[in-house]
Design a protein around this ligand. Sequence first.
Ligand code: BGC
Length: 939
Amino acid sequence: MATELRLPMKTFTKPLALSLALSAALAAPAWADPAAFTVLTLEQAPGAEAMPALAAQLKSLKVDAVSVRQVQRGIGQVDPLQVLADGLGYEYRFIAAGKDDDQTQRGQAVLTRLPIAAESGPDQPGLNYLRLDDGRHTVAVYTDAGAGAAQLPALVTRSRLGAPAVLLGAVAGESATAAGFDPARVALEADASYFSDGFQAASSAPFKVEGSSLRATLLTLAYVADKGGEQPWMDTTLNADARAALLLKAMTEDEKFQMLHSYFGLGKDGGPLPEGAVGSAGFVPAVPRLGIPSQQSADAGVGVTNPGGIRPGDFATAMPSGPSTASSWNREVAFAGGATMGREAWQQRFNILLSGSVNLQRDPRNGRNFEYAGEDPLLAGSMVGALIQGVQSQHVISSMKHFALNDMETRRNFHDVRIGEQAMHESDLLAFEIALEAGRPGVAMCSYNKINGTYGCENGYLMNQVLKQEWKFPGFVMSDWGGVHSGSKAALAGLDQQSAGEVFDAAVFFDEPLRLAVHGGVVPQARLNDMVARILRTMFLHGNFDNPPQHQKVDAEAGFAVAQRTVEEGSVLLRNEGNLLPLADSVKRIVIIGGHADKGVIGGGGSSMVGVTAKGTNAVPGVLPTTWPGPVIFHPSSPLESLRAARPDATIEYVDGSNAAAAAKAAAQADVAIVFATQWAAESVDLPDMQLPDNQDALISAVAKANPKTVLVLETNGPVRTPWLAQVPAMLQAWYPGIRGGEGIAALLTGQVNPSGRLPVTWVVDESQLPRPHIDGLGFKPAKPFGDVFDFDIEGANVGYKWMAAKGLTPTFAFGHGLSYTTFAYENLKVSVEGSRLVASVDIRNTGKRAGADVAQLYLKLPADSTTPIRLIGYDKVNLQPGEQRRIRIEAEPKTLAHYDAQARQWKIDGGTYQVQLSRNAAEPLQSVDVQLVEQVLR
Ligand code: BGC
C-alpha cells in the first residue's frame, strides 16, 4: 500500500472559480455537459480528515465519476472515500480487479454522481466494470484489467452491450486496442485511458487540487452525435429507456398488444410450432417493420432444455441442481454456471432464459427444491443473484421466479399461502430482493399460488407495491405458464406479459379482453404503454436488439468444466468417521452398489430437465414415471467408470442393489463398499415424506452391517431420514450432480479434490421437526386430499435453522455444515460498526496437511425479545494451502441486521446489544463478539 498523503486543511478557502482558473492546462472541460462524460482520476486518496475540504472543492465540478487509484482503508477506521462520497452525494464502489501475489486486492474506487445501471462484483475477476446511466447514455466504465487484460476483448464484447465505454487505469495498451478501444490523449503516461465507439474524442489534462501535491487528471470524453435516422431507437448511444420510449411512439396498438402475450413455444396440442418459434417454453413474434426481434424463452435454471428433443442437433450442459450450486457458497461458481447457461441459450437462439429460481426451501418435501438455493434469504439471494448476473452477461435476459412463496408444489395452481407481511419480507421476499439487487434480472415471473387469498399474477401488493414501487424494479413481470386468471385485474396489479395463455389459461386475457379494458378506460393507456415500455427497455438493455442470438455449436468441453467445478465445490461431505475418506491407497477392492451408478446420475423432473447433452440423453430409460413430470432421467456420467479411471490400481465391481442380501455379500468381500442412493423429485408434485424410496434404507443398513467401511453417496432433492446413520461412517451429499456428476464424485471420494460444500439447508432428523410435521395430500397418490392452504405463519420468517433455534431442536446436520479433508482454525475476530455497515475481520488458518477451502460464516444472534433468534449476515469462502493463514473481511448485508416494518414499509435496525458469531455452521459458533447497533432506518 502506498503511503498516505495529507492535505493541509486551510488551503481550501479560495472561491472555486479562482481555483479552477489556477488549475493548469484545463482543456475546455465540459462540466456536467450532456454531450460529454467526465472522469477525474486521483492517483492517491488523501486521509479522511482532508476529505470534507476536497469534497467542497470538487462539488461544483459535477464530474460524472471520480476514480481513485490508491486508498488506505483499515478495518475499524473510517473509509476516507466514504467521507468523500458522502460529502459529494455520490455513489461509491470499489471495482475489484484480482489479487496481487501478496493477496492485496487490486482495483479502483469509483465515485459517481450517476445512477449505477449494472456492476461487476468482487467475485467475478476479469469483469471489472460499472455501467452508469446519465438518463440519456449508458456508459460502461472499466478499470484496471490487470492480469485479466488478455481477456479484455472478450470481456468487452460480452458486457458492453453497445454502450460507449471508457477504460481507466494501467491496462496493457495492446489489449485495449485489440478490444476496439482508442487511446485517449493523456496528460501523463501512467494515466493511460482508452475509449470505445460511442465517444468521438477524448482529451485529458492535469487537474490541480488546491493546496496539495495530489496528482489528479481530468478526462473529458465527447459523445458522438446522435445517429437519428428512420429508426432512432437503434442509436446505441441512447440508454435503454430512451430507446424504448422512441420505439413505443412508433408502434401501432396491434404491435403493442403483440408484445403482451407469448405463445407456447412448443405448439398447441402437439400441433406445429408457432411460425418463427425456435421451440421451447415461450415465443413472442418479431415486428420486422420496426426491427423488434422475437422473444424466444427457454427453461431454465440448470441448463437450456430441449423438450422432447424438439430442436434436433441442439444439446446443452446439464448443470448440477440448485442446492449444489448454493452449497458451494461461492458466487463465482454461481456466476460461471449462469454464464455457461446464458451462452448456451444464446447459441441456441434464445434471448430469454427462465432461470433465477429463488423460492426458499421451507420443507424438504417440496418437489422443486432441486431447482432452488436453500433456506436462507442471504445465501439464496446472493447465489441466485450471481447466477442471474452470469446469464445476463451473455446478452440473454434472465428471470427471477416464482414470485412469490411458491414453496410447495401440491395443487400449486390452487393453494393459498398465508403469511404476514413482516414475515414474508424477512424470508422469501428478502431472497428475491437480494437476488434483484445482485443480479438485476430483466424479468420477474409471478407464481401460480395465491398469497393471502390473491393469485401471484393478480397480486397488486407483491407486483406493484413491493416489486415495482419499493424495490424499483424496472423490468417486466411475466406470468408462469397457466398463472393468469384475468385481464384488466392482472394488468392493473402489475402483470406485464401473459405467458402461453392460448394453451395454459382459460383465455388469452392480454389480447382481446385487455384491449376492451383499455378502450373502455378501465386500464389506462398509460399503463398499456408502461407494460410495453418495460418489455422493450429490458430487451434493449440486454442486447436483444444489438446482439441478437446466433445459432452456433455449443462448446461442450467448456460446459463440462463448469459443471464439474460446481459438483466439486457443491457436494457436501456430511460425515467422515475415522477418516474413511478420501479412499486410502491401501483400499484395493471396492464394491459400488445401487443408484444406477454404473450408468449415470439422477436428475430432477419437470420443465427444467435438461435431457439432451453432448453425451447423449437418458442413460437409464424406462424408470417410472416416463410421462410428465417425468421421464426420470439419469445423465450419462457414470460414477463407476470415473472411479475406475481414478483408481486403476483397484478392482472395482458393481452390484445393482436390487437384492439387499446379494449386495451385503459383495460388500463383505470388499475393502470398502460405496452405496449410491437416489431420490427423484419433480415439478408439480411434492414428495410424500422424507424417506428414501424403494427400500433403499434396508439396502444401506444391510450393506453397512456387512462392511463397517461403508460410504454413502446421496443423490437427492434434499435432506432425507437417516435411520442407518450410526452404521454409516462416511456420507457425501451430491444432490443432483449433473452431466459431470460421475467425474466430480470420483474426484471427491479419491481426494483429488478436497470437499468444500456446506449445507444450504437444515438436515432435520425427520418430519416431526418441521413446522408442518404432517400434510395431507402430498405425493402422487395421496390417501387424503389437501386442504389448499399452507399456513406459513407457523414459522413465519423463521425458516430452517431459525426455526430449529427458536424451538431448541437439534438437527442431524446443521445449516452450513460440511466437512473437509483438512482442518481450519479461526482467531482474532474483530467487528466494526458504522451506521448500518457491519464489517468483521478474522484470521483463518489451514491447520491440516492438504490444501482446501473453508466457508467462514457470520451470524447475528439477536436480542432475546426478537422474533428471530439468529441470522446469517455474511459469508466468505477461502482457499488456503496447508499452513497458510489469511485475514479475511466479511461485510454484513445490512437488511439481515434489520426487521421489516410493514406499516412504514421500511427496514429498521433496533438499537441494542447483538452478538456477532463467526461459525462453522448455524449451530457451532467458533468466536463471538458483542456489538452495539444504533436504532436506524435503512436507506
Ligand atoms: C414452471 C416454470 C417454467 C414454465 C415454462 C412452469 O410450469 O413453473 O418454472 O419456467 O413452466 O416452462
